[in-house]
Design a protein around this ligand. Structure first.
Ligand SMILES: Cc1cc2nc3c(=O)[nH]c(=O)nc-3n(C[C@H](O)[C@H](O)[C@H](O)COP(=O)(O)OP(=O)(O)OC[C@H]3O[C@@H](n4cnc5c(N)ncnc54)[C@H](O)[C@@H]3O)c2cc1C
Length: 460
């Protein structure tokens, strides 16, 4: 707990109404969406910042007193990235949630860190523009949190992740200094790209207080093609076949048999439960290109033994299919007291091996797994339902995780595609990074944050 005199000092430069001191209030900010077995330390104070100056003042103060600072958006990351395990100050951006500028001609938007992704998308669409990064929970997660995690989503296959849409950032360093990074132009070849270093740094290097985002033209139209398979290898073959046909779908997503039946159990959506897996393929582009794209995709699906191929163009029905896919996590969460989702990625050619390997590993440890994924990228999310308080189940989970990561690495992949490292994957990082790069990354952390106050004990 901070000394009382120190918390009093916060009152001298922040409005009283922006400080939470009561235990029951602070308690709510100790955890995030990760299901972990860790000791959290309730933050000493939660600060709602309203301006860049507020952020500077808090960091200057925290740096002098060596108090941990944990930035927080909506708290929806899955890896314990904003768990407070050393107490300190939670910087809450809920009140820095304004869209500062929307420039349709330059296709850019300037936003504060607390803006919800769904609001960015909705405003862009009013001018037929598009902000593609779409974590499944984009209706609640913030741009600050997404920048810090470099969030992806279903559309990353065609459109990339958050890192591809950041033109410039304003960040506050650990000592309170405000720095502008990047240029706001589409191309920029001047100096090191420090803005890209901040993207994905999980709040450990600097605090984002403003971002200028790149937008792209909104595709004229889209359809979703769904297809079921009796065999995972055939589904993986279809994914590669579609690309060979030179069709570039916006998404190629996947649900396995367990996830389909779990969704149907809790959120009936009319999915077919007697097949091994389902591919959801969203194709977008000009109206005039759609027939050719659909024909090519359907041909590849048929060649790879797909059944029940359906092409959906009605917007409500399309949304219903995506809602079913997005419901997979919530549905799996109803199977047991806890749900743990993972996030591995392999080259597409190893997709079937990864999915099957994951199932075999979970079976070996008697864990119930529902597998979904953005398989165009080779990214799969095993969702494991269990009781984390049960020692045997927890031990099995830890063994399974380690084997899943080893398999991903063996197949040429890595241990996180889009969720990040946080607390959850810290101890596995040396499976994928060599000693030298870890050493350089730690030196970068020390350069940005010599007192180690920014989101301590995360990643490292
Ligand atoms: C149901 C569900 C589905 C999801 N689906 C996906 C998916 O498809 N793809 C995907 O990539 N992710 C997914 N996620 C994870 C999550 O959406 C992303 O990590 C998310 O974008 C985080 O946003 P947030 O506002 O909740 O950030 P938080 O969880 O609050 O914070 C995340 C990190 O950002 C840091 N941070 C927050 N604000 C700032 C700031 N202003 N400056 C510096 N650091 C900051 C925090 O310290 C923390 O390290 C999903 C999560 C849930 C719960």
């Amino acid at each position: 707990m901070l000394l009382k005199s120190k918390t009093e000092q916060l009152k001298s430069f922040l409005k009283n109404e922006n400080l939470l001191f009561r235990e029951e209030e602070r308690y709510c900010y100790a955890e995030d969406s990760a299901n972990l077995r860790i000791e959290t330390v309730i933050p000493d104070v939660v600060v709602f910042v309203e301006t860049i100056e507020d952020v500077q003042n808090v960091l200057k103060y925290a740096n002098i007193h060596k108090i941990p600072v944990v930035p927080r958006g909506a708290g929806t990351n899955m890896v314990g990235s904003c768990v407070t395990n050393k107490g300190g100050i939670v910087l809450n951006f809920a009140k820095m949630n304004k869209i500062l500028e929307f420039n349709p001609d330059d296709m850019t938007m300037r936003v504060q860190p607390g803006v919800i992704l769904g609001d960015i998308k909705a405003l862009a669409e009013t001018e037929k523009l598009f902000y593609p990064p779409d974590p499944s929970n984009y209706k609640v997660s913030t741009i600050g949190g997404s920048i810090a995690q470099s969030s992806g989503g279903a559309r990353s296959f065609k459109y990339g992740t958050t890192k591809d849409y950041i033109l410039s950032l304003k960040v506050v360093l650990a000592d309170g200094t405000l720095v502008a990074l990047g240029s706001g132009t589409i191309k920029d070849a001047v100096g090191y790209h420090l803005n890209q270093l901040i993207v994905g740094s999980e709040g450990t290097l600097a605090v984002v207080v403003e971002a200028q985002l790149k937008l792209i033209p909104l595709p004229e139209t889209s359809v979703v093609v769904t297809a079921y398979f009796n065999d995972i290898e055939n589904a993986a073959g279809a994914v590669n076949g579609i690309i060979k046909e030179r069709v570039f779908p916006a998404t190629i997503d996947f649900m396995d048999k367990n996830s389909i039946s779990t969704v149907e159990k809790f959120y009936p959506s009319g999915l077919n439960t007697d097949k091994e897996c389902l591919l959801l393929i969203e194709i977008d582009g000009f109206e005039s290109s759609m027939d050719t794209q659909i024909q090519r995709v359907e041909k590849v699906l048929r060649e790879n033994g797909a059944a029940d191929i359906v092409c959906i163009s009605d917007k409500e029905q399309m949304e219903a299919v995506w809602t079913a896919r997005r419901a997979s996590y919530g549905a799996a969460a109803k199977l047991a007291p806890d749900i743990v989702t993972d996030d591995v990625i392999v080259p597409r050619s190893s997709l079937a091996k990864m999915v099957k390997g994951c199932r075999d590993i979970c079976e070996k440890y008697s864990l119930h797994v529902c597998i979904v994924g953005h398989v165009g990228d080779g990214n799969i999310h095993p969702q494991i339902a269990l009781n984390i308080e049960n020692d045997d189940e927890f031990k099995n989970l830890m063994s399974a995780k380690s084997e899943i990561y080893s398999l991903a690495v063996e197949l040429g992949g890595t241990i996180s595609a889009e969720h990040g490292v946080g607390l959850e994957k810290m101890s596995y990082i040396d499976k994928v990074l060599d000693k030298e790069s870890i050493e350089y990354m730690k030196r970068i952390k020390h350069l940005f944050d010599p007192n180690g106050i920014l989101n301590p004990n995360k990643i490292w």
